[in-house]
Design a protein around this ligand. Structure first.
Ligand SMILES: Cc1cc2nc3c(=O)[nH]c(=O)nc-3n(C[C@H](O)[C@H](O)[C@H](O)COP(=O)(O)O)c2cc1C
Length: 159
């Protein structure tokens, strides 16, 4: 669809997801929204890994900073999350619970260290009335992208 209005929505802690989100924005020349927690995560990586260990079962929904976006303007949400303990990052869970994306197309992408777990499944559960398509798993080792650049480019070109 030529005139589909697209919005990139993402959360990032160590900037991998941000890098991909920015690439998408640059390619599509679309709007972008970063979801941020009200209470920032600890700057120490291992502390965050430890404190969020129960993410899959606790399903925390930390408060997020207020969003000044009219979602009715957009037909498609390109949704980026790092994988945190086998599923979506908690602030993305908050975002999906607080905003009704029914009827929209959602294209999810996840950056992770190779264990994607239930990430896309949880997005589907939280957005039962959205059309979830064309999901992309992008693997990083630290800040080095392991998924071939070409594969990521092809996916971005398909958006
Ligand atoms: C709290 C926490 C939990 C994580 N859990 C997983 C996991 O379950 N599977 C995985 O492959 N990577 C896991 N990672 C690694 C991140 O998903 C990966 O580094 C991601 O690209 C980080 O994205 P970001 O730089 O946008 O924050 C975890 C990282 C953190 C901080």
């Amino acid at each position: 669809m030529e005139n589909t209005k697209k919005l990139v929505v993402y959360f990032t802690y160590t900037n991998n997801t941000k890098k991909i989100a920015e690439k998408i924005k640059a390619k599509l020349n679309c709007d972008i929204l970063e979801i941020k927690p009200v209470k920032p995560y600890d700057t120490d990586y291992d502390t965050v890994v430890r404190l969020e260990q129960n993410n899959e079962t606790a399903k925390k929904t930390p408060d997020i900073q207020s969003i000044n976006v009219d979602f009715s303007k957009y037909d498609e949400i390109i949704l980026g999350t790092p994988v945190w303990w086998y599923t979506i990052a908690p602030v993305i869970r908050t975002f999906l619970k607080q905003n009704d994306l029914s009827g929209k197309k959602i294209v999810p992408f996840a950056t992770n260290g190779g264990w994607i777990g239930r990430t896309f499944q949880e997005i589907k559960e939280l957005c039962p009335n959205s059309n979830i398509e064309n999901e992309m798993n992008i693997v990083f080792e630290g800040s080095d992208m392991q998924t071939p650049e070409k594969e990521v480019e092809n996916w971005i070109n398909s958006l």
